[in-house]
Design a protein around this ligand. Structure first.
Ligand code: PEP
Ligand code: MG
Length: 890
């Protein structure tokens, strides 16, 4: 039998490494053992390992005899260390019982304090402490907590009873209650337990203890714990540990206190003790906010202009000891610590330490300063940062203290915050924005036709669509906050009104989006602008030094390219040219091209588009100043370009001379049932070669013009989408080479370029060896590759994917984080077969996964040359790529 109950403190042996392993004893247990081992004052106790929780839940709620024996032996350890016995009516040992999973899960399970009190031991506590008031107050607190946490009795009932008791006495504060008042309240509380629970409050300390252990184990499977785990990607099979520890009392008069402290400021990162404390109080008083906690340091108190003495002033000896402990803990853990402490009659006790949660800004500052102090090295600093948290720094964010009236919640599709007037279509959004109004585009879902409205809007809200729906992908690319798939939104376009959650609103009303949380709020909520301070730059420099993979961006406008370069992009990994086609000024020519009856008609329309495309590419090449630019030729199904509105048909009729009925029939002919599996990608280039010819010409002419103007020569990488066979690529590569030769002959200028393909279809991955003979590079289009491998529509999956993730069928949304087990195999296999056929094949990823840290780690493992992410994800990708390289080289 392996040991599953570990005593700590009070002279226990801490040499077993399993006792410092969070996977075995949970975070709290590991840190308690560690603190005791380095000689810090920790009340003695024991930890029941997480595997007992897993076993208990699997066995249908039974405890083994071995566990019962081990717990009673460990209880003996506490009794000997403290010199009191559990249940001893004369001088009782009291314990606290707390949960402690491998990672902290705040709010999953409350604490039970003062366990071991009953009608007899309360008298013993009164006698030994010399304070009957304290003893009865402790007993009533225990009944309330135990009844709430273990027996499931609503704690509000106890609070009500306390209020009534005070009212009867004419008291305002708990501090006015005397011993006999608390004693009377204990009777009321016990009556509440009988009424609500159907049985008396358990008097037997061992029964109390096992009840609390059972409640901690059960809490692992509570609804709120499940939700927390899902939101934080915590596996369901970890289980929680239980920590049982001798009580120390912060509420034994004015030489006692309790507090919560951080070794550095968790919101700014400043190296200053930060925290709160309360004289004569128990831990939960600080947390519950019943009394206003006081400042820890004199400096903090003076800065706030507050009156009540700081701990530094009121308890100088205990404070000096605390400062010594802070220093010791930081040097031991080499990280900012979040500490709970209690002072019992002048003596300091530590109840918990853990790496403190911090804002992204504080995380950067601490990382940089700790490296400067020699506490950690660059590698540790980089590995400790959460890449996704950088998002907080790059977008305007909502002021955390501003009140929020949340109307509904959807998917957190693109981070950042924005307030503005609701606009229900793209044209209206653009018109209002042109007048200087801040607008939020609200649609059932967006399509490429909405691009101009999305650009004009500060934020985007859709009722449908997942994390890689059109709205989500485009919004992330543009750096617009977006909430997608908000099922609480219903729109009445005819009436220009909508409902969001329970609220009835109309176009023009103001709402606020929090794209990082997926929240939709009424009215305007204050925001704070991002500030890219020096620490950000320092950390990015370190990341660049340690990463192997290059980081490019997915961008198709000069403004996005410029922003991506500011964020450190080293090239374009995906320029989606279709968005240029949807430009309001061009869409008519695009439609003329599509609806043309023959090649001549198409060429006439394309001739109008050529100068526009040339100008697009030139502007992008200029910004990218010689960096590699992967330009993807037209990809979306023609279906998406078809006119739908009356006015569009009328305009086309004018432009082409065809009758409206004729155009309608053509549009009908082009309608597709499965456009994503239809006439799109390279199939367009094969069937209408003149489209790709025009695009290739525009690319080469733009490059030549730039070189002619003396600017840095771009390196175009022309990318063919949705290839399934080698022949498709061979045909289109020949077409591009031919156009290149023509342009170079006409202009007398030569440009270096390469042709490659996206790997977006399982067949392309399987046939990668053959395809690589025609391709100089592969870019993994993992959005389509996920869609086609899983057979799950990226635009419609939101309806069931949430349930799939909830039920653990997928660990995470596969459109957000690459399905490494499945889709990952295809990526790995294609990379291997491609490189076997062509040793210098360049490999990259341009699906949304290129900005997801877990997927980036996989890309490092497979040996890709670069990842490409939307501009705001570039810094995230730089850090994640460094972490991946550092972890791989360990
Ligand atoms: C992809 O499929 O992963 C990709 C990048 O292309 P798109 O998202 O434009 O289909
Ligand atoms: Mg694709």
């Amino acid at each position: 039998m392996t040991q599953t109950v570990f005593p700590f403190g009070g002279g226990a042996d801490h040499s077993d490494p399993r006792q410092k392993d969070k996977a075995v004893v949970g975070g709290k247990g590991a840190n308690l053992a560690e603190m005791a081992a380095i000689g810090l004052p920790v009340p003695p106790g024991f930890t029941i390992a997480t595997e007992e929780c897993v076993r208990y839940l699997a066995d249908g709620g039974d405890f083994s005899a071995a566990l019962r024996d081990a717990v009673s032996a460990a209880l003996g350890h506490i009794e000997r260390a403290v010199g009191k016995r559990f249940g001893d009516a004369a001088d009782p040992l009291l314990v606290s019982v707390r949960s402690g999973a491998r990672v902290s899960m705040p709010g999953m399970m409350d604490t039970v304090l003062n366990l071991g009190l009953n009608d007899a031991t309360v008298l013993g506590l009164a006698a030994t402490s010399g304070d009957a008031r304290f003893a009865w107050d402790s007993y009533r607190r225990f009944i309330q907590m135990y009844a709430d946490v273990v027996l499931g009795v609503d704690h509000g009932l106890f609070e009500e009873a306390l209020e009534i008791a005070k009212e009867d006495k004419g008291f305002y504060a708990d501090t006015e209650m005397e011993a006999e008042d608390w004693q009377a309240l204990v009777d009321d509380y016990k009556a509440i337990v009988v009424a609500e629970h159907g049985a008396p409050f358990p008097q037997e300390p061992n029964e109390q203890l096992w009840g609390a252990i059972r409640a901690v184990f059960d809490s692992w499977d509570s609804d709120r714990a499940r939700v927390y785990r899902r939101l934080n990607d915590i596996p369901g099979d970890w289980g929680t540990a239980v920590n049982v520890q001798a009580m120390v009392f912060g509420n034994m008069g004015d030489t006692s206190a309790t507090g919560v402290a951080f070794t550095r400021d968790p919101s700014t990162g400043e190296r200053a003790f930060y925290g709160e404390w309360l004289v004569n109080a128990q831990g939960e008083d600080v947390v519950a906010g019943i009394r206003t906690p006081q400042y820890l340091t004199r400096a903090a108190r003076e800065a706030a202009g507050a009156k009540p003495a700081s701990m530094e002033e009121a308890m100088p000896a205990a404070y000096a000891e605390l400062a010594r402990v802070f220093d010791l803990l930081e040097r031991h853990y080499r990280d900012m610590q979040d500490i709970e402490f209690t002072v019992e009659r002048g003596a300091l006790w530590l109840l918990q330490t853990r790496s403190g949660k911090r804002t992204a800004k504080a995380a950067l500052r601490m990382a940089v300063e700790m490296v400067g102090e020699g506490l950690i090295d660059e590698r540790t600093a980089l590995l400790r940062l959460d890449p996704m948290a950088l998002d907080q720094l790059l977008h305007p964010t909502l002021d955390p203290v501003a009140p929020r009236d949340v109307l509904t919640t959807g998917l957190p599709a693109s981070p950042g915050a924005a307030s503005g007037r609701i606009m229900l279509d793209a044209d209206t959004a653009e018109a209002w924005a042109a007048r200087g109004e801040k607008v939020i585009l609200v649609r059932v879902e967006t399509s490429p036709e909405d691009i101009h409205g999305m650009h004009a809007a500060r934020g985007i809200l859709t009722a449908r669509g997942g994390m890689t729906s059109h709205a989500a992908v485009v919004a992330r690319g543009m750096g617009r906050p977006c909430v997608s798939g908000a099922q609480g939104v219903t729109i009445d376009l005819a009436a220009r009104t909508l409902r969001i959650g329970g609220a009835a609103l109309a176009e023009g009303d103001v709402i606020t989006l929090d794209g990082a949380k997926g929240q939709v709020m009424a009215g305007e909520v204050r925001t704070i602008e991002p500030e890219l301070a020096g620490d950000f730059g320092t950390v990015m420099e370190w990341a660049d030094r340690h990463r192997r993979m290059r980081v490019r961006t997915n961008a198709e406008t000069p403004a996005d390219c410029r922003m991506a370069r500011q964020f450190g992009a080293e090239g374009i990994g995906l320029c989606r040219t279709e968005h240029m086609f949807f430009d309001a000024a061009r869409i008519s020519a695009v439609r003329q091209m599509i609806l043309a009856e023959d090649e001549a008609g198409r060429r006439a329309a394309l001739a109008k588009l050529l100068p526009e495309q040339r100008a697009d590419f030139r502007a992008i090449f200029e910004v990218m100043a010689g960096l590699p630019c992967t330009i993807r030729l037209l990809d979306p199904p023609l279906h998406e370009f078809l006119p739908t509105a009356e006015a569009d048909f009328a305009e086309l009729a004018d432009a082409t001379g065809y009758g409206i009925e004729h155009l309608r029939r053509r549009a009908q002919e082009l309608h597709e049932f499965n456009p994503m599996l239809g006439h799109r990608g390279c199939r367009l280039g094969i069937t209408y070669p003149e489209i790709y010819e025009m695009q290739a010409r525009a690319i080469f002419e733009a490059a030549c013009a730039l070189i002619g103007a003396g600017a840095a020569a771009p390196v175009p990488e022309i990318m063919i989408p949705l290839v399934a066979t080698r022949q498709e690529l061979a045909i289109l590569r020949a077409l591009i080479d031919r156009v290149a030769a023509e342009v170079f002959a006409e202009s007398g200028c030569e440009v270096e370029y390469i042709v490659g393909t996206m790997i977006e279809l399982p067949r392309a991955a399987l046939m990668a060896g053959e395809i690589a003979e025609e391709a100089r590079f592969f870019s993994f289009g993992t959005n389509d590759l996920t869609q086609t491998t899983l057979g799950v529509s990226r635009d419609d999956a939101a309806r069931f994917l949430g349930i799939y993730v909830d039920r653990g069928i997928f660990a995470r949304d596969p459109f957000v984080s690459l399905d490494i087990d499945g889709v990952g195999q295809l990526v790995e296999l294609a990379a291997e077969r491609g490189r076997a056929a062509r040793a210098d094949l360049k490999l990259g990823i341009c699906g949304e996964h290129g900005g997801d840290p877990a997927s980036i780690a996989f890309c490092e493992a497979v040996g890709l040359d670069y990842v490409s992410a939307s501009p705001y994800r570039v810094p995230i990708a730089r850090l994640a790529a460094a972490q991946a390289a550092l972890s791989a080289s360990r």
